[in-house]
Design a protein around this ligand. Structure first.
Ligand SMILES: [Zn+2]
Length: 416
């Protein structure tokens, strides 16, 4: 039976790899040699070719990374590598908390080391080549160090809590673990801006002036109470621009990248902000959180059924990974593999919903300010970022959290 599960694991990782490659190929074939007619008013032939070249270089790099990861996981599964790691670490400790922490810590470290050269090449070669990169080697190393310490403290802390709950409560652990994740998520949304962001970036309130006045006037007009408009030094790492909304209640704040302020006029900035306020007015943040909490609950419940060591299911899935005995940490890994196709389906559904939310936020912006301003801002963002303006519809359906530029412009056009 363990053998059957091993074949199932191998089939799942192979299928997901092949499907990923097919989708990528579809997208590449969708590029035409010349500039498609419907894009002619948005982008020049030269910019279009540049965006294709940019996209191709990133695509090739991620294909190499995915292929390498696939080969490694495939052979690790065949050789029972996860079970081997479990028994090797048992020489160091068999403590109920320390062993899983060592296990996941080692796997996290190995996957981080595998991803590192690809990340460095992406930032310092491709992004640099196209003039986006502003990250210095020092900033990059400090970022890595800070992220590592944060993931040890936060990731390790939450994992320890969940393992401890499992150790003392057994099968009912899922309700308590679910509660822990919900409380932590709410806490992190509320305090992300004040506790985490300052470790990486400087934020300061938007200066008095034309832009601030225009934004405040707009917020007042739409009955949106806005005390916190911050500017973040995104230019420290990249010339790419962004804006986001975070927190809720008194903690809510709008954050604009300095690169966004430098590249857009006051009207366009108000339109971008209107889009963000649209998300808030339609309660997208709350809806998104409620859905992810629901999924977390289901995952923990299913997990508790899969890793009960007294069942033959837990024994078989752990044996399939080469482990001599069923354990919490190897069980989580096996469950993760079995769950990954469901997780892919859920992410497709989430993307459909997210694209719907984007249209709603655009609709809010388009009815409360001039749709031309948002169209202008979106066009400039897409062209400046060398976004893929001609993606394959099926690729969009599976992967895109935002609708492609053309569709957004068309919807905004219909509001005029
Ligand atoms: Zn949005």
């Amino acid at each position: 039976m363990a053998q059957t599960y091993l074949y199932l694991f191998l089939a799942i990782v192979s299928l997901s790899y092949v499907l990923g490659m097919i989708l990528d190929r579809l997208n590449t074939l969708h590029w035409c040699n010349g500039l498609p007619v419907r894009l002619k008013s948005i982008i020049t032939e030269e910019e279009y070719q540049r965006s294709i070249s940019y996209y191709k270089q990133h695509g090739n790099l991620s294909n190499w990374e995915e292929s390498l990861s696939f080969v490694i996981i495939f052979f690790v599964l065949i050789w029972g590598g996860f079970g081997w790691l479990d028994s090797a670490l048992r020489h160091l400790s068999t403590h109920f908390l320390l062993l899983p922490l060592l296990f996941f810590g080692t796997l996290g470290l190995i996957s981080g080391v595998i991803a590192l050269p690809f990340e460095i090449y992406s930032t310092f070669v491709i992004e640099e080549r196209f003039g986006f990169n502003k990250t210095t080697v020092r900033t990059y190393c400090m970022d890595k160090l800070k992220s590592l310490v944060l993931s040890i403290i936060i990731g390790g802390g939450i994992l320890s809590l969940i393992i401890t709950i499992y150790h003392y409560t057994g099968n009912w652990f899922w309700i308590l673990a679910w509660g822990v994740v919900i409380v932590f998520s709410i806490f992190s949304v509320m305090f992300y801006s004040t506790l985490i962001v300052p470790l990486f970036n400087k934020q300061k309130p938007l200066e008095e002036g034309e832009t601030r006045q225009a934004i405040e006037l707009f917020a007042q007009k739409t009955g949106f109470k806005l005390d916190n408009i911050f500017v973040i030094d995104g230019s420290k790492r990249s010339t790419k621009a962004n804006a986001y909304f975070t927190g809720f209640g008194k903690k809510k704040r709008i954050v604009l990248y300095d690169t966004l302020i430098n590249n857009h006029n006051a009207n366009e900035l108000v339109a971008i902000l209107a889009h963000e306020i649209g998300h808030y007015k339609h309660r997208h943040i709350l809806k998104g959180m409620a859905l992810s909490f629901l999924e977390t609950g289901i995952v923990f419940f299913l997990l508790s059924r899969f890793i009960d060591p007294s069942t033959s299911l837990a024994q078989n899935i752990c044996a399939a990974l080469g482990a001599a005995q069923p354990t919490f940490h190897v069980g989580i890994l096996a469950f993760g593999l079995l769950y990954s196709p469901i997780s892919t389906l859920i992410s497709i559904f989430t993307n459909v919903l997210s694209r719907h939310f984007e249209y709603q936020a655009d609709g809010f912006a388009g009815t409360h300010c001039d749709p031309d301003d948002l169209q202008q801002a979106l066009k400039r963002l897409s062209v400046d970022h060398l976004s893929n303006l001609n993606p394959h519809p099926f690729y969009v359906f599976i992967h895109y959290s935002h609708p492609p530029l053309i569709s957004r412009l068309e919807r905004l056009e219909s509001l005029k």
